[in-house]
Write a protein that binds this ligand. Structure first.
Ligand SMILES: Cc1cc2nc3c(=O)[nH]c(=O)nc-3n(C[C@H](O)[C@H](O)[C@H](O)COP(=O)(O)OP(=O)(O)OC[C@H]3O[C@@H](n4cnc5c(N)ncnc54)[C@H](O)[C@@H]3O)c2cc1C
Length: 141
């Protein structure tokens, strides 16, 4: 794939305003890697939240979104699928090592879970499991 970047510049409000250190990596499958980050502050992070991470692609800074699969205080877990045809975002994430620092936005929730429904049906496939990952435990509470 060409090195040209296709992503429009992120709006100012969506640009990284914080940082996080990589504390652990775990391969969940041959193509999905869990990355544990310790952010520079603690967050409230409802199910369906994602962070935007600054990635260095095609010679300039670019941004990619990753759903928060688990969070406690300043610790966040994301899971990143390695894309073979990629402008570089997932490859950048897969190059991260414990001790590295990334720049990121605070979590933002575009898929809020409505609490109080009598029943829930959550459907997800592949790495798409990441947004609703912590919805069942939130719905049970
Ligand atoms: C809210 C949100 C949450 C997300 N959460 C996650 C998550 O939890 N985990 C995760 O792994 N990803 C998640 N993503 C996707 C993630 O942001 C990145 O898009 C992903 O990592 C791929 O980035 P990339 O730069 O490697 O690949 P990209 O260059 O963005 O390419 C992605 C795929 O698009 C196709 N593609 C790219 N360019 C072209 C082209 N010119 N023509 C045709 N096809 C093309 C290719 O098949 C490629 O595999 C999320 C996205 C959003 C918006």
């Amino acid at each position: 794939m060409s090195g040209a970047s296709l992503t429009a510049a992120a709006p100012a409000s969506d640009q990284p305003r914080g940082s996080a250190g990589v504390t652990a990596l775990r391969d969940l499958s041959p193509t999905i890697r869990e990355i544990t980050l310790r952010a520079d502050r603690a967050f409230a992070c409802p199910p369906g939240s994602h962070i935007r991470v600054a990635v260095n692609g095609a010679g300039r800074e670019d941004y990619r979104s990753y759903s928060v699969v688990e969070q406690a205080g300043d610790l966040l877990r994301i899971a990143v699928k390695r894309q073979p045809l990629s402008r570089g975002g997932s490859a950048f994430m897969w190059r991260l090592q414990p001790g590295d620092t990334v720049r990121m936005t605070p979590p933002r929730c575009d898929f809020p879970l409505t609490l109080g429904a009598p029943h829930y049906l959550l459907l997800a496939g592949g790495v798409g499991i990441t947004p609703p990952n912590n919805a069942p435990s939130a719905a049970r509470r």
